[in-house]
Design a protein around this ligand. Structure first.
Ligand code: PLP
Length: 370
């Protein structure tokens, strides 16, 4: 068996090291110009991102959580409204709903780990105003079923696309299905920066204009305050880094898909694990593998063993889906999500992961199951 390795769940330093000089030049240029807040780098990144997704507007914000709050608020969601989201998501999706005064209503997941349209349908009441599909793990939800439900009940769609830049469903990119979508540039996200960052994307001129006001204290272009706003601006330095990385985004996606294909090759015959769908298993989906979330028998045993063998793994949301967060007042019973959280585990997945690393991880998993 190969010599012991140390493979972190995510390699944060590698993010910088692979293009260190280029980034240092960028940073130096911006520092020397004193261009810190809402300078040309933010505008340029917004243009680049909008072009990448084929949307009319991209607005840089402080992080995705803020982006979700601003998007919901700009789309008109308010106190008394119910908004349906999956239980298998980051608490941020729900807290955004809470902070605009609305009620988060949790739906179950399907075998693909994503929001299940049938469960969503069963949660619709006369108070439901919106659905928030979470494009989880770099995969897009079955958006035709969800948009059909939204059309039938006159619901607004606001996507949480934090994990999915570049992913698509039936040729249409995640982030382009609803009234607005929020993206995250947290370092470990598929397009990560060197700190916090986020964006809202939309085709709606009015929503875009409102978000531009909201993110900057309610000030319009002339500097006049026209509504109650927040401070949630994408940092200019991060915007420069993001434009640089966005140029290589499709290359990064291909590398991640390569890692996924290698995992498939090495692990698909192990009956104790269920892998995410393979690259070509479902032609409707183009997945970018933000995460490689498997289901595993004796998950905790496997996780412990991989840890002793130097392999970092993670259970999403610290192992607690939203419907189990009693302190937030949730009481829903969601059998699929419940079952999944006894089995789900994320293996290392990033574009700088080597094929030797994937082989090492796979070999250890094989050994664990004997
Ligand atoms: C990371 C993440 C967020 C929050 O993003 P931030 O930029 O850290 O605010 C929201 N939703 C999902 C699904 C995420 O994975």
């Amino acid at each position: 068996m190969a010599e012991k390795r140390k493979i972190p769940f995510f390699d944060y330093p590698a993010l910088f090291q692979e293009h260190a000089e280029e980034y240092m030049d960028l940073v130096r240029g911006i520092f020397e110009r004193g261009a810190f807040i809402l300078q040309k780098e933010v505008t340029e990144f917004e243009t680049n991102l909008a072009r990448y997704l084929g949307v009319k507007h991209a607005i840089g914000v402080g992080n995705c959580t803020d982006g979700l709050i601003l998007a919901l608020q700009a789309a008109g969601i308010r106190a008394g409204d119910e908004v349906i989201l999956p239980s298998h998501t980051f608490v941020a999706t729900a807290s955004a709903i809470h902070h605009v005064g609305a009620k988060p209503v949790l739906a179950d997941c399907g075998p693909d780990h994503l929001m299940d349209p049938e469960s969503v349908l069963s949660m619709v009441t006369d108070k439901t105003r919106a659905i928030m599909p979470v494009q989880l793990n770099g995969r897009t939800c079955r958006m035709d079923a969800l948009t059909e439900i939204a059309a039938k009940y006159n619901l607004i769609i606001v996507e949480d696309a934090a994990q999915s830049l570049g992913s698509s469903y039936k040729g249409r990119k995640a982030g382009t299905f609803g009234a607005a979508a929020a993206l995250s540039f947290y370092p470990a996200k598929i397009l990560g920066c060197f700190g916090d960052g986020g964006a809202v994307v939309t085709d709606d001129d009015k929503i875009a204009e409102t978000i531009r006001l909201l993110r900057d204290h309610g000030r319009n272009k002339e500097g006049r305050v026209v509504l109650w706003g927040y401070n949630s601006r994408l940092d200019n330095l991060q915007a420069a880094v993001l434009s640089d990385r966005l140029q290589r985004h499709d290359e990064i996606i291909e590398k991640r898909r390569g890692v996924a294909a290698l995992y498939q090759r090495h692990l698909s015959d192990i009956k104790e694990v269920v892998l995410p769908l393979g690259l070509d298993d479902d032609k409707d989906h183009f997945d970018v593998y933000q995460n490689f979330e498997i289901e595993a028998e004796n998950r905790d045993g496997l996780r412990g063993y991989l840890g002793t063998e130097g392999v970092g793994t993670l259970i999403q949301w610290g192992g607690t889906p939203l419907h189990k967060m009693k302190d937030l007042g949730f009481t829903a019973m969601l059998p699929m999500t419940e079952k999944l959280f006894e089995r789900c585990l994320m293996l290392p997945m990033y574009h700088s992961l080597s094929s030797g690393d994937v082989e090492y991880i796979s070999e250890r998993i094989r050994k664990f199951y004997g």
